[in-house]
Ligand binder design. Structure first.
Ligand code: NAD
Ligand code: ZN
Length: 257
């Protein structure tokens, strides 16, 4: 379908022009951007999530009631994340930052792959599985320093229960991340939304807040989402790992003039 490809290409070029002329562009990313790194989203086919109900095992009250059971799931998730490497979508966002076209990333992901790809300004809305936190003394540990042979793990210094430093269902977003994200949302002229269903609050309301402040919204997703009809100015339908490299190439070409 030649004309469809043409339209897609035009949309991508328009998006690149908007990004290149904006004073500030930020990205909001979700589980979809890490699919090509073999980390499956919660809502979708395949992998770990079909064996567990994340809203049960990754919920704070069930975690506190039965930490060993939640940890069985969290340990498997940690193993999946440890093996994962950044894919072309992460790498393209790092390239956009390097070119000066991307100020920051607000991510709902807990896999650390944006930092590994090279992005310097990453706001972790939901924490990171690569760290553990003690629920008693709040000390943080790199996950590789704590053995998960016996579950649940306890704090080596005070004996308190350890939890991955991620936001479980029912827990609040870390205050600093929330404040920083709100500031970025207020300041941005373009918001690039990649691989998020737009269903998990409060991250889901950031796009409409940006839009109310006059930002131009570019969405990348293989499927239409609630955001597509409500806030997106340009919808680039497809996989992040295919579309973002093309968008980064457009931006390189603009930069070279
Ligand atoms: P989600 O699971 O609700 O939605 C994923 C979205 O990604 C869907 O809209 C889907 O169409 C899209 N998608 C699938 N393949 C894609 C691809 N190749 N390229 C681009 N998009 C693609 O994810 P969410 O909105 O981020 O919310 C789920 C919550 O679960 C998040 O808050 C996150 O903290 C957590 N989570 C994190 C990870 C991770 O760290 N990688 C993985 C699973 C879940
Ligand atoms: Zn402790």
């Amino acid at each position: 379908m030649f004309w469809l490809n043409k339209e897609e290409e035009q949309n991508r070029k328009d998006a690149a022009k908007r990004i290149a002329s904006a004073k500030k562009t930020i990205a909001l990313t979700g589980a979809g951007i890490s699919v090509a790194s073999n980390i499956m989203p919660f809502r979708g086919k395949g992998g770990l999530w079909e064996k567990y109900d994340p809203e049960e095992v990754a919920e704070i009250n069930s975690f506190l009631k039965n930490p060993a059971k939640s940890w069985a799931f969290l340990k498997e998730m940690q193993k999946v994340v440890e093996k994962a490497r950044p894919n072309p979508a992460h790498i393209s966002l790092a390239k956009m930052e390097e070119l000066g076209y991307l100020a920051s990333i607000i991510t709902q992901n807990v896999d650390g792959l944006h930092q590994e790809a090279g992005n310097k300004v990453v706001i972790e809305f939901h924490g990171n599985t690569r760290r553990l936190v003690c629920l008693e003394c709040r000390k943080l540990y790199p996950s590789e320093d704590i053995s998960l042979d016996a579950l649940p793990p306890y704090c080596p210094s005070c004996g308190g229960l350890l939890k991955p430093d991620v936001v479980l269902f029912g827990e609040p977003i870390p205050g600093a991340a929330l404040m920083q994200a709100r500031l970025e949302v207020q300041q941005c002229e373009v918001m690039l939304i990649v691989g998020t269903s737009g269903l998990v609050e409060p991250a889901a309301s950031l796009p409409s807040a940006a839009k109310r402040n006059g930002a131009f919204i570019v969405e990348i997703n293989p499927e239409r989402t609630v955001l597509t009809a409500t806030v997106a100015n340009i919808f680039l339908q497809g996989r992040a790992e295919e579309i973002l490299p093309l968008l980064a190439d457009e931006l390189s070409a603009i930069k070279e003039g």
